[in-house]
Write a protein that binds this ligand. Sequence first.
Ligand code: BMA
Length: 335
Amino acid sequence: MLEIIPVVDSQTNAVLHDDEPLFVRHMANPILSRHHWPYPINSVFNAGVVKLADGDTLLLCRVEDKRGLSHLCAARSSNGVDGWRIDPQPTMMAMPLQYPEELWGIEDPRITYVPELAQYAVAYTSFARGGPGVSLALTKDFKSFERFGVIMPPEDKDAALLPRKIGGRWALIHRPVTTLGAHIWISYSPDLQHWGSHKIILEARRGGWWDANKIGLCSPPIETDRGWLAIYHGVRNTASGSIYRLGLALFDLDKPDICLQRGDSWMFGPEAPYERGGDVNDVVFPCGQTIGTDGDTIHLYYGAGDSCMALATGSIRACLRWLDKHSDPATQATA
Ligand code: BMA
């Protein structure tokens, strides 16, 4: 029998994988932390992301104040790495008097530009006594927001709107927690307000899998000619806490409730010190990306350790190639 000898880094003794890393961390990481902030905060993480018409990258950051409650604050940069211009005050505060579901703050926005509405849709977590729910707002300028209120009641989070209607209806991907578990669902709406046709599209696996028990959509899915490329997180519970890692799945363009491919292993996980240690250890949590002018480069922005923002760069083509290699249909089942 052939013995498989792992290739080991001579300095760190780490086992080297046969694959090149799919996403490469930026040298300037972490690119944003509380020290950059123009007002006192505890932490900045899990930002929604969009490339604005003027070429600026906008991060709509989740900012946790020193009460422990979160609001959203916009940071803009011309190169998406440094020179951030941060709004001097919170950009979007919870409004618990009008929206009681925001009593304990608003978190983890995902931004989708919707050409038909000529507006950005911001799906975010609203947090109150009932637990986390999904709220939606539209904006043209990230200054004023038209709130739709809770569109998915607790317990639900990790939501993003697809940028165009599918079969005449808007489509929202989200992660309710039900007696079935914490799986990824899709729901449809004629008007962004009333939602139905709910369906599970990706299940958390079970047992020893890296994405056992709890998964959720990360950044809004990327439209490719082969399907919607989705980065999702899997949460592994260990004796010393949870580990948030990232995997890939591909969904049918016209029927996004059909999963075409799902990677078997994670493709990015906490390794750098700012990911391994923070207010919450061992968390990488992207809520958005921009795509380079080549139509292929993914600039993935992620919260690290629930404390700061970091950037890693990958390629759509490489992700699709990786899925071809790492999505054995035999291991798709939840087992
Ligand atoms: C998830 C969300 C994220 C957070 C992560 C790790 O449930 O609340 O906002 O980054 O946990 O704490």
